[in-house]
Design a protein around this ligand. Structure first.
Ligand SMILES: NC(=O)c1ccc[n+]([C@@H]2O[C@H](COP(=O)([O-])OP(=O)(O)OC[C@H]3O[C@@H](n4cnc5c(N)ncnc54)[C@H](O)[C@@H]3O)[C@@H](O)[C@H]2O)c1
Length: 299
């Protein structure tokens, strides 16, 4: 898709002029991290891009690097202490210490293999928590140890509402996102001494490699769209919002989980969803087709 390599044709405001940053997790043009990299560069930032070796070898990340002013590509498995440490040493050598870090990393082997939540493989569970949650702690810790984070910097990670509400098919990723959001709160006051802020964006379901690996993702995406007054937010829109959080315009925003979801998280019911539920409850064929009896509350 050629268009993905071209800078977004949108007004830019120089919001990140003079800032440097690193973005962990762009994989392909659908990735939220990919869009954040493009938008951050477009807003004037000098950036570095990081991912695991296989992603850098087999993806098109070179193209992203080119589109972002030959941004350095840094190999790093965010679940390995020595990799993260080396990444920050390399970052300092390549562009110096940074004003923002974006954590756009997530992975669950239990979801990939469709393990029922009651039968999670615990090795994979630990890996989900490590890669998708603890890696944020490791990244911030290593950035501090290596003196790679400037005063007044912004740290941003991507979350999902399943951290706080039950989403059956999101399985152990819900637990990882709870951990991620908790790490943000724990770090907040510790980083604040240097004016550094740390937040998560809780994004709508988005068609990406990680997102569409979740069983029934298409239905989730449709449902979420019907429940959101402004509709689902895209990866590009998420990147636009992210830029504000990396900029000086949000200097006093910290320790927050910020919903970027078209209003979804504040809705109780929407007219189309109520009508759909009513139709199915009064149509035996349809009720059978969607296995309604399996999910009806016991009376
Ligand atoms: N897609 C959605 O519906 C959605 C919704 C809300 C939040 N998010 C979150 O957005 C973030 C980005 O995901 P995405 O949807 O853009 O999918 P994506 O698949 O494009 O990105 C996930 C990235 O994580 C990287 N990764 C996996 N293991 C790693 C490791 N050990 N070390 C370093 N990187 C590793 C992958 O290589 C990939 O680049 C994730 O935190 C995800 O949970 C996604």
């Amino acid at each position: 898709m050629e268009s993905a390599y071209i800078m977004p044709d949108k007004a830019h405001y120089g919001l990140l002029k003079g800032k440097k940053g690193i973005i962990f997790g762009p994989l392909d043009e659908s990735s939220i991290g990919w869009q954040i990299a493009l938008h951050a560069y477009n807003e004037g930032a000098e950036i570095a891009i990081s991912n695991v070796a296989t992603a850098l070898r087999f993806g098109n990340i070179d193209a992203l690097s080119k589109a972002c002013g030959n941004a350095p590509l840094i190999v790093c498995d965010a679940s390995r202490d020595e990799d993260v440490n080396k990444a920050f040493l390399e970052l300092k050598e390549q562009i110096g210490s940074v004003d923002f870090i974006v954590h756009s990393i997530g992975m669950s082997q239990n979801i990939r293999k469709q393990m029922p939540y009651e039968e999670l493989n615990y090795e994979w569970f630990m890996r989900t928590l490590d890669v998708s949650g603890i890696s944020l702690h490791r990244i911030v810790s290593s950035a501090l140890k290596n003196d790679a984070l400037n005063d007044g910097a912004s740290v941003l990670a991507l979350s999902y509402i399943a951290s706080q509400r039950n989403y059956w098919t999101y399985s152990d990723m819900g637990d990882a996102k709870s951990l991620l959001e908790s790490i943000v709160r724990s770090y907040g006051p510790r980083l604040a001494k240097r004016g550094i802020r740390i937040n998560t964006i809780s994004q709508s379901p988005t068609y990406t490699k990680a997102g569409s690996g979740i069983p029934g993702f298409e239905q989730m995406h449709e449902y979420s769209d019907l429940m959101s007054p402004l509709g689902n937010a895209s990866a590009e829109e998420c990147a636009e919002y992210s830029v504000t959080l990396l900029s000086d315009l949000t200097r006093k925003v910290t320790m927050q989980n910020l919903f970027h979801d078209g209003g979804y998280s504040s809705m109780g019911a929407t007219i189309p969803m109520i009508r759909l539920a009513h139709e199915v409850l009064h149509d035996n064929d349809l009720a059978e087709r969607v296995s309604l009896d399996d999910y009806k509350p016991s009376r």
